[in-house]
Design a protein around this ligand. Structure first.
Ligand code: SF4
Length: 231
């Protein structure tokens, strides 16, 4: 399940110094994905698989200076029961807060993790307008279920939007707005063109355009805090 571990990160868990655990495999194919080594078989087959016990020991070693662990991917929820078992061990054997990054395509598992208090913070991707979800290889209907559940039953989450020009512009944002109403935190993320799943070069928006998008969301979602990750 685990193909990577970063001991210390200051940026992956809001407000907490954390370690980051990278799972491999993904059921989406976002053209802007930069974790290609975790989702393309020819790359992930050449990476060593890390044993969960090894990772737990690494977390325990750092207990004096990290406060959280981020489980990211790939798409961690694809690991189902294995992920549950790992998070249970993190809960039992450490005092770390747990953050999960997800594309939201496995609502049943996310519900389970929330109900059993196996996560403390969730970062949920919103890739594009519902109509364009097929362009990332996903089914919006399943993501919609996750959105509803999380909005109603979980406080500590953010919706992440990566500002990739072919998937996010004002037209798409307008169609995404109804799902964003009531969300407390939205993180606007920069698109990094250097190393992506789709090999064609796509020029990112410039800073002034990011700011226009930011202003549009603030105007339409006055109750929401917009977290800036595009600068
Ligand atoms: S959901 Fe995440 S890991 Fe999967 S393809 Fe998209 S960006 Fe990459």
């Amino acid at each position: 399940m685990i193909k990577g571990f970063r001991g210390t990160s200051l940026v992956d868990f809001p407000g907490k110094i954390s370690s980051v655990v990278f799972t491999y495999l993904c059921n989406f194919k976002c053209p802007y994905c930069y974790n290609v080594e975790l989702i393309v078989p020819k790359y992930y087959h050449s990476l060593e698989t890390l044993k969960e016990d090894f990772v737990l020991e690494e977390l325990k070693k750092r207990k004096n200076f990290i406060k959280g662990v981020v489980v990211t991917g790939g798409e961690p929820t694809l690991w189902g029961k294995k992920l549950v078992d790992f998070l249970e061990k993190v809960r039992l054997e450490t005092e770390l807060a747990i953050k999960l990054d997800t594309n939201g395509s496995y609502p049943e598992l996310i519900k389970f993790l929330i109900k059993h208090q196996l996560i403390d913070y969730l970062a949920l991707d919103f890739k594009t307008s519902p109509k364009k979800y097929e362009e990332v290889g996903g089914e919006f209907e399943r993501v919609r279920k996750t959105f509803h559940f999380v909005k109603d039953f979980f406080e500590n989450f953010e919706v992440r939007i990566t500002l990739y020009p072919p998937l996010i512009d004002f037209k798409e944002l307008k169609e995404m707005l109804p799902f964003l109403k009531g969300v407390k935190n939205i993180a606007l993320q920069k698109f990094l063109p250097e190393k992506t799943l789709k090999e064609e070069y796509i020029k990112p928006y410039d800073l002034s355009y990011y700011k226009k998008i930011h202003a549009y969301l603030e105007e339409n979602l006055p109750e929401t805090k917009i977290l800036v990750r595009y600068e």
